[in-house]
Design a protein around this ligand. Structure first.
Ligand SMILES: [Fe+2]
Length: 242
């Protein structure tokens, strides 16, 4: 299984503090059947790791896993909070796409301008890229007005829910919203969004999704879609822009 959202890189954000914590998280992922993890440190008003640092830390973790004999593949990415400069950073190659490809994991702030988000999504799609919105079920603006999800989807966004939302870890409202998004077939990806002292939750989520959407959809969401995500290459428009 591929985990497409995880704060496993040491010392970059509120994820793993050091190598020891990174190794503990890697062991937890392996125990849940994850063989590939996309490292997605926060890029926001508090944490600003640059792309070169993220790539360097990914290489460091790959070495760490090899030494510890942990069969976990790690690839770069980031989780960027929507801001005025998001598109320009992305176009300049300063934000690693998921797995180094053309998909950008975007976190929406609690309050945001829909028009700004829509424009970013459309411009990214126009360049041949893809915006994946992290945990819509935990966003207060989307929780208040679920029609916004359809607006963003229509603009070309894809949605990734957090596995443990389905277990009620983030409260009943997030759990119910995640389930309703699944029933409405508005979810493409499921991820751990793993931080220290938080469970991976993917195995439990798979069981719940099987009940809600059936075995085939569970396979698509947890295996096929993330695999296809890693196979996406940079479009020529994006490569030129970068
Ligand atoms: Fe995250």
């Amino acid at each position: 299984m591929i985990d497409p959202h995880c704060h496993i890189l040491p010392g970059l954000d509120d994820g793993a503090a050091d190598d020891a914590e990174t190794l503990r998280m890697a062991a937890d992922l392996l125990a849940e059947g994850v063989d590939t993890v996309i490292a997605t440190p926060h890029v926001n008003g508090v944490y600003r790791p640059d792309a070169a640092t993220i790539f360097r830390k990914v290489a460091h973790c790959a070495e760490l896993f090899e030494k510890a004999r942990l069969p976990l593949r790690i690839v770069p990415g980031c989780e960027v909070a929507l801001a005025d400069d998001t598109l320009s950073l992305w176009r300049r190659g300063l934000l690693p796409g998921l797995g180094g490809g053309d998909s950008l994991l975007l976190e929406l702030p609690p309050v945001f301008l829909v028009e700004g988000a829509r424009r970013l999504i459309e411009q990214c799609v126009d360049m041949g890229g893809q915006i994946v919105i992290a945990h819509p079920e935990r966003n207060p603006a989307l929780l208040r007005n679920s029609k916004l999800v359809e607006t963003l989807r229509y603009a070309g966004a894809r949605f990734q829910i957090t596995a443990s939302s389905l277990d009620g870890f983030f409260g009943h409202a997030a759990r119910d919203f995640a389930e309703s998004l699944l029933r409405r077939r508005l979810v493409e990806y499921v991820a751990s969004d793993l931080h220290p002292r938080r469970g991976v939750g993917l195995k439990k989520a798979a069981k719940r999704i099987k009940k809600l959407c059936g075995e085939e959809m569970t396979h698509i969401l947890l295996w096929e879609n993330p695999r296809a995500l890693l196979q996406r290459q940079m479009s020529s428009a994006l490569r030129e822009a970068i």
